[in-house]
Design a binder for this molecule. Structure first.
Ligand code: NCD
Length: 320
């Protein structure tokens, strides 16, 4: 059963395929508003609190734009300038902020922070990234991108790079399993996907294959989904130095498969050669934009429920 209203969005593991499809359909309906071609007041009077305890460009801004494009308001918080600096714990911050607003997007360096926050919040909490854990709205926009720029069904996809600390690939792998994807995990040995996630994925019937060399699979995949090395999550900087620069997507590699598309949650550093940006295969900037309609979909579903838009139209019609 689809139930969105007042729900917390913590991990993609909790989604059914039907629910994901519902978000993607809603995102598609909202794309005209995301592009600013039409205006909506669907979320007028609603307030999103963006609580970011870690750096963010796309996630924070696209949540803000999504809310504003639907007529809602946003308050922004960054840990450095708030009472966190005075020693306040997350639970207290959440208790208070949730009494001020209608929905919270939380990014935090600790894995599990969003689930904990949800326990103290009186409004829906959206996990906007918890340490090396999960990043469910990124996955939803990744799936939307796949749907728009390629296909979702029976996909052959390589997840490339830091699969140990990369939360976007953890979340994405769970969702891809629902769509019967063939998933190649391509990473240096020390950055493999954690055993417990792989075990969990296998139990869910996911088809996963571990490889070290991208050249071994480039001819067999529809999508390369690349992530940067998550430098800030390495407990030991010398471990980072050992793997820095250990993989790179180049124009030469992409000549081996002209149909493959390249996705990346961004920010990218040196794991994608600059010249790839200009190739038609590079889809990461479109992917970043899709964060807006997808987050509009998520916000409207959480705040208004599944029939929210229809209800809203009816209200507008009555007012006219
Ligand atoms: C990602 C993140 O924060 O997990 N960025 C994003 O939200 N688009 C990926 C990353 O930081 O490498």
């Amino acid at each position: 059963m689809r139930r969105f209203k007042k729900r917390h969005i913590i991990s993609t593991r909790e989604f059914t395929r039907d629910e994901i499809d519902c978000v993607l359909e809603r995102a598609s309906e909202l794309e005209v508003y995301a592009r600013g071609e039409r205006r909506s007041e669907m979320l007028a009077g609603k307030i999103l609190a963006n609580l970011f305890y870690e750096p963010s460009t796309r996630t924070r801004i696209s949540f803000e734009v999504a809310m504003k494009r639907l007529g809602g308001d946003v308050v922004n918080f960054s840990a450095a300038s708030a009472s966190v600096a005075k020693g306040e714990n997350l639970a207290d911050t959440i208790r208070v902020v949730s009494s001020f607003c209608d929905v919270i997007a939380l990014r935090h360096p600790k894995e599990g922070a969003s689930r904990m926050a949800a326990a103290f919040s009186s409004v829906p909490v959206i996990n906007a990234g918890d340490g090396a854990g999960h990043h469910p709205t990124q996955t939803l926009l990744d799936l939307y991108t796949l749907k728009k720029e390629g296909r979702l069904e029976n996909l052959r996809i390589a997840l490339v790079g830091d699969l140990k600390y990369g939360r976007t690939v953890h979340s994405l792998a769970y969702a891809l399993a629902l769509y019967n994807a063939k998933i190649f995990l391509v990473s240096p040995p020390s950055l493999r996907m954690p055993e417990e996630i792989k075990k969990d994925l296998r139990e869910k019937g996911a088809k996963i294959y571990e490889v070290e060399d991208i050249y071994d699979v480039i001819g067999d995949v529809d999508v390369l989904y690349v992530v940067r090395i998550q430098r800030e999550r390495f407990p030991d900087p010398t471990e980072y130095m050992k793997v820095a620069g250990s993989y790179r997507i180049t124009a030469e590699l992409l000549r081996e498969n002209r149909d493959v598309i390249v996705m990346h949650p961004l920010p990218k550093t040196d794991e994608v050669e600059r010249s790839v940006d200009a190739l038609p295969q590079a889809k990461y900037f479109e992917q970043a934009f899709y964060g807006v309609p997808v987050r509009m979909a998520v916000l409207s579903l959480l705040l208004l429920g599944e029939n929210g838009e229809k209800r809203e139209n009816k209200i507008t019609a009555e007012a006219d």
